[in-house]
Ligand binder design. Structure first.
Ligand SMILES: [Zn+2]
Length: 442
């Protein structure tokens, strides 16, 4: 398939493709099992010129023999500033507290602009090679030195424009938004074209009972965003503690204030251990407030319910099926890669979707869950006009698999996938880890 694509020129048909129906901008006809549609796709001069039912395309073209085609992936929640520090800053016991301590020490000791830029660029090259077209990263933002990280990422966003559509969001504990520092932080995010983000705990605290003064601080945080027309991206209730109930308060606050911006909430782990009635009520308010949810299944399963010498009992993930049933947009995303919050990962959304399917039971039926790796995050990030679905007129950024059915797609790592960017085969490969040896002190 790759050889044929390399010789395809600038105008050609991809014949007999299977595309998840949820990833077609204009689905035609009924789906097969597993929510797949059979189509022919016309590429002309880097763009998608036509999508027609299989058999209606041209005579000549590249025969995919039923292989799947997905649009470029969209990864709506990552931490590129932390990525790949594992070799020099391990998580001693694999817990959430262990992660916070290890990252704080590493940040103080080693986060020069050169260090952050080298690791983030490495991460972007991984994502690019795997077929990702848009990424939102959170950036640890503690004023005044957080400004240095944002400078690095404004440059990276520029350098990567046209290859990866990069968005940035702040992250720091909610109490950091008090006073002049909070206003300075929000100003910097606004001037950088970023998203205002925080985590629903206090500095030094964990996700449990809402900290004292939470509501007042939350209102202040919203007011900082409203004054600057900023969207929000929040790390919410990332624990299995029943006191961690910030999600409901965020939804109620957005409704009370009539907040006009977009809100994405990540994690929301503790919702799944709350009493049924409370969870139901919270989900109803989240739906009413139009909050988008992003679930990080690999990281959640790694960090949650981890106790030394005890087998985990809980998967750590939030109530995604109940949320979808309530009409809430749900995305899956990478979260951390090779840092103390998650020792593994390569920003490969095919892996994220595979693991998400297994951890969250997104299968039988798959329904429109395929959308969680591209269409839904593109909408949450407001890049759905360019990315997230196969659409006539859009740039031909596609990921081609030999796998025909979901059981084939999810059984192998799909290392032989072919990524097309603007209709041309992308020759990029994930970089060699050794490139980072000097940076991470090996
Ligand atoms: Zn995160």
């Amino acid at each position: 398939m790759k050889t044929a694509l390399l010789g395809a020129g600038s105008r050609y048909w991809l014949l007999d493709a299977r595309v998840p129906t949820a990833l077609l901008a204009h689905p035609e006809g009924p789906s097969e099992a597993d929510g797949l549609s059979r189509v022919d796709i016309r590429i002309e001069d880097g763009r998608i010129a036509a999508v027609v039912p299989t058999g209606h395309g041209g005579e000549d073209g590249i025969d995919l023999r039923g292989g799947q085609v997905w649009p470029g992936f969209v990864d709506a929640h990552t931490h590129l500033d932390k990525g790949h520090i594992w070799p020099r800053s391990r998580n001693a016991d694999g817990t959430f507290a262990g992660a916070i301590n290890a990252v704080m020490a590493d940040r103080t000791k080693a986060w020069s602009p050169e260090d952050v830029a080298a690791r983030a660029d490495f991460s972007l090259r991984c994502a690019y090679a795997h077929g990702t077209v848009a990424i939102r990263t959170h950036l640890d933002t503690y004023m005044p030195h957080g400004a240095g990280t944002w400078r690095v990422f404004r440059k990276l966003r520029e350098d990567w424009a046209g290859r990866i559509n990069l968005q940035m969001s702040s992250i720091c504990p909610l109490d950091r938004f008090k006073g002049d520092d909070g206003a300075a932080l929000a100003d910097m995010v606004a001037e950088s074209g970023g998203v205002l983000g925080m985590v629903t705990r206090h500095s030094g605290g964990i996700h449990d009972d809402l900290p004292e003064g939470f509501q007042e601080e939350l209102d202040h945080f919203f007011s900082l965003a409203e004054a600057r027309n900023l969207d929000l991206d929040l790390h919410v209730d990332e624990s299995g503690e029943s006191g961690a109930r910030a999600l409901r308060e965020i939804a109620l606050t957005a409704l009370k204030r009539g907040f006009k911006g977009r809100i994405q909430a990540g994690h929301c782990c503790s919702l799944s251990i709350q009493p049924e009635d409370f969870a139901k009520e919270t989900i109803a308010r989240v739906a009413e407030a139009g909050i988008d949810i992003v679930v990080l299944p690999m990281c959640n399963m790694y960090l949650q319910d981890r106790v030394p010498n005890r087998t985990p009992r809980w998967r750590g993930v939030t109530l995604v099926h109940e949320m979808r049933a309530a009409g809430i947009r749900v995305s899956v995303a990478s979260d951390n890669t090779r840092d103390p919050f998650y020792a593994y990962g390569d920003l490969d959304m095919a892996e994220v979707f595979r693991e998400a399917t297994r951890i969250l039971h997104l299968d039988h039926p798959f329904g429109d869950w395929h959308g969680a790796a591209a269409a839904s995050p593109a909408e949450a990030m407001q890049v759905e006009r360019q990315h997230g679905r196969i659409r006539v007129g859009a740039t031909a950024d596609l990921v081609l698999f030999s796998a025909r059915f979901m059981t084939e797609l999810l059984s192998r790592p799909q290392s032989d996938r072919v990524v097309l960017r603007a209709g041309k085969v992308l020759e990029a490969t994930a970089p060699d880890w050794r490139e980072l040896d000097a940076i991470v002190g090996l």
